[in-house]
Design a protein around this ligand. Structure first.
Ligand SMILES: C=CC1=C(C)c2cc3[nH]c(cc4nc(cc5[nH]c(cc1n2)c(C)c5CCC(=O)O)C(CCC(=O)O)=C4C)c(C)c3C=C
Ligand SMILES: [Fe+2]
Length: 478
């Protein structure tokens, strides 16, 4: 996969496109083809101006910022990742021309079940994503039946987890709070915006947010996935959904969009993480003896080795940058990185968090500070997996002093940095045009869909009854 950086915005080649279908569990997506995402340039595009778009569809989770930055200039001194100033004449020019300029910021996130009743349909949406279960093209017709099967089998274990953290995911609430805080931070920088939240697997779905963006007649949009590092399974998947919606809508396909694909390398983020770690280390009796244990959400090895997912490289670079920042403050603790939350019978990125905790205990490490690093909100994997399961395992393995760094949530230095990222990305907004049809359109044919579902269900049923499969599921899903 090619990747080029521009003003902290990554523009990637070859990423998949997805289609949408409405089901009783919200929207479920089909994917069959990889295509280019918006390639971000450093040129400015005009807004849609007086648009003739008709609004229809759903209400998205949005924070309406009043009218647009008429007469007000946003903070002009910004930096791109290469340290070059991006704002200047051209921005001022376009800003003063675009009297109808109405800026939107779309926050993308994973979404989570709000009640235990939501867990299985949420899991269905997750496993029906071809960026989560990547089947060879020939077996794509199995995607939905397999998603149904795996979600039903996985639901009891997931429900236990969600029950242990109060009966649902806090993700929607925290993301809404982050949206509000970001709106305030941008207003403080003289950039009034509307902020929208679009979730990949649960409400408010990305589709709802986009329909609201259309209704609000947004003229320039910055897309900010709330994942610091890029993975095909997270940011990649969400952007594919977006690209697909935009491709099918004449109006949206002309809307200038800037996509911030990863931001783990931003100074503000790195500093905010270092602040949290430094603060948490102080709680230990001997802070200098604490092992700083970064625990990232894993992905299957094949993502990195076969599909070229930059996630592992970005994660390692991110940890390096945070440790450098701590060193600059005179904090020289040992550190390690491991991957958590693996699901299913395939190999995931190693080392695995649970195995490393046991090893560290055996090696005589007595104090450990867990740092969740792939996500910026508290969620099931911090509140249940780390705080309950891993803590218990660490204590059993001989670790005496356990601590955990909280997620960034609405930490003000972090939110301010996100606001800067939005301001820096805006000048590169460009139409996400990608209008040619794909073979995927054939998936919209209802007859084809029924045939696929029928054969897929039969095959899934046979697979379910195979003793090998039953064993694999028993070992890895429950
Ligand atoms: C950077 C973050 C994440 C990556 C990468 C990621 C990949 C990934 N996840 C699964 C399977 C599951 N993920 C689940 C929940 C979940 N995943 C992330 C983040 C990443 N996932 C978050 C933030 C959450 C929790 C949301 C919440 O409700 O709080 C779940 C459901 C929970 C459970 O049963 O454990 C599953 C299943 C795969 C297969 C995958 C990569 C292919
Ligand atoms: Fe996950």
């Amino acid at each position: 996969m090619e990747a080029t950086y521009c003003a902290g915005v990554l523009s990637r080649g070859k990423l998949p496109v997805s289609n949408l279908r409405k089901s009783d569990h919200g929207f479920q997506r089909l994917t069959s083809q990889r295509k280019a995402i918006a390639s971000v340039s450093c040129h400015l595009s005009n807004g849609l101006g007086e648009s003739s778009c008709k609004s229809h569809g759903f209400h998205g989770g949005s924070y309406h910022g009043g009218a647009v930055g008429k007469g007000k200039d946003p903070i002009l001194q910004t930096r791109c990742s290469a340290g070059v100033s991006m704002y200047g004449e051209s921005f001022l020019e376009s800003h003063s021309h675009a009297t109808e300029d109405k800026i939107g910021v779309l926050l993308l996130n994973l979404g989570g079940p709000e009640t235990l009743h939501d867990v299985q349909p949420f899991l269905f949406n997750l496993f029906a994503d071809p960026d989560i279960i990547r089947l060879p093209r020939l077996f794509r017709f199995l995607q939905w039946p397999l998603a149904k099967l795996i979600s039903v089998l996985r639901a009891p274990k997931s429900k236990e987890g969600y029950a242990a953290i109060g009966g649902g995911s806090p993700l929607r609430k925290i993301t809404d709070e982050q949206a509000h805080a970001l709106k305030m931070a941008l207003e403080a920088k003289n950039m009034p915006v509307n902020i929208y939240v679009g979730m990949r697997y649960w409400y408010p779905f990305t589709e709802e947010a986009v329909q609201q963006i259309k209704r609000d007649k947004i003229t320039r949009l910055v897309v900010l996935p709330l994942y610091p590092q890029f993975s095909i399974s997270t940011t990649g998947s969400s952007i594919r959904v977006l690209q697909n919606i935009f491709r099918e809508d004449a109006c949206l396909s002309r809307l200038p969009v800037a996509i911030i694909q990863s931001w783990y390398q931003r100074e503000g983020y790195v500093r905010s993480m270092a602040d949290l770690i430094a603060k948490e280390l102080e709680r230990f009796p001997k802070p200098e003896e604490v092992m700083v244990f970064f625990s990232a959400h894993g992905v299957p090895v094949s993502y990195v080795e076969d599909a070229g997912d930059p996630y592992k490289d970005q994660m390692e670079e991110c940890i390096y940058l945070i440790m450098q920042e701590l060193k600059a403050r005179g904090i020289n603790n040992d550190h390690t990185l491991a991957y958590q939350s693996r699901v299913g019978p395939v190999q995931w990125l190693k080392p695995y968090t649970d195995e490393v905790l046991v090893e560290l205990g055996q090696r005589g490490v007595k104090s450990l500070l867990a740092v969740p690093v792939s996500f910026v909100s508290e969620h099931i994997e911090t509140l249940e997996e780390i705080d309950i399961e891993y803590k218990e395992l660490a204590l059993e393995s001989g670790i005496k002093n356990w601590g955990r760094v909280p997620a960034l949530n609405c930490t003000s230095s972090f939110i301010t940095d996100l606001a800067d990222a939005v301001i820096e990305a805006l000048p590169s907004a460009k139409a996400m045009t990608n209008s040619e049809g794909t073979s995927e359109e054939m998936d919209n044919d209802p007859l084809r869909y029924l045939v696929k579902m029928f054969f897929g269900s039969v095959l899934a049923f046979i697979l379910l009854l195979s003793p090998k499969m039953v064993l694999a599921f028993r070992n890895h899903l429950f």
